[in-house]
Design a protein around this ligand. Structure first.
Ligand code: GRF
Length: 202
């Protein structure tokens, strides 16, 4: 499966995905890394791994539709079959999401549907829950609401700060995203037309 990874920053999730696809058992190949911001660490990680990179700077586009259209052209140029949003901090338009329905995954630092949106780690701390985690889901038009592929639970310690919790969640992300990539990339998990998960098991 030809995979594109979309990033906006450090790319630690990208790093985990790059390490996963190098395994002989992997059914995926990362063919391009696209960032909406120039000069971010994630682009350096991709280049060091010999993966092609593209910057599509959202500030250069007059509309979200034009920005998404340019992303889509790059995805088509590379014959991409599966898109992984790895710390990609842009909301994608309906037409783009619909085109890539069932072929686009996102990672979110909470156990969805709890704590949607930004600062999910902080929301969990402030809610006083003792367990949070991360979720890899298919991207749907509603933000943070697509069918869930993989989740991993993470304890919240009484000593936790937003930083210490975020670090622990990120470690879980680096296991959950590669696992989800293999499930979807191998065809074991698919998105049904009704928006729910279809697995070969049942
Ligand atoms: C992660 O915390 C992820 O949950 C969120 O953005 C961050 C990405 O970090 N979507 P990185 O760029 O993969 O290091």
């Amino acid at each position: 499966t030809r995979v594109a990874v979309l990033i906006s920053g450090s790319g630690t999730n990208l790093q985990a995905l790059m390490e996963q696809v190098k395994k002989p058992s992997s059914s995926a190949e990362i063919v391009v890394v696209i960032s909406n911001r120039p000069g971010v660490m994630g682009l350096k990680r991709a280049s060091m791994a010999g993966i092609q990179t593209r910057v599509v700077d959202h500030k250069l586009y007059g509309s979200r539709a034009e920005f998404d259209g340019t992303i889509d052209k790059v995805l088509e140029e590379f014959g991409v079959e599966l898109v992984c949003l790895a710390g990609f901090m842009r909301i994608l338009t309906g037409p783009f999401v619909r085109k890539w329905s069932g072929k686009m995954l996102n990672i979110h630092p909470s156990l969805l549907p709890s704590f949607k949106g930004v600062n999910a780690q902080k929301q969990a701390l402030q809610a006083g829950v003792r367990v949070t985690g991360c979720t890899v889901h298919f991207v749907a038009e509603e933000v943070d609401a697509g069918a869930i592929v993989v989740q991993e639970a993470v304890p919240i310690l009484v000593t936790d700060t937003e930083d210490s919790l975020s670090e622990r969640i990120r470690e879980a992300e680096h296991r959950a995203f590669p696992a989800a990539l293999e499930l979807v990339g191998s065809g074991a998990v698919k998105l049904r037309d009704d928006g729910r998960i279809d697995t070969e098991q049942y």
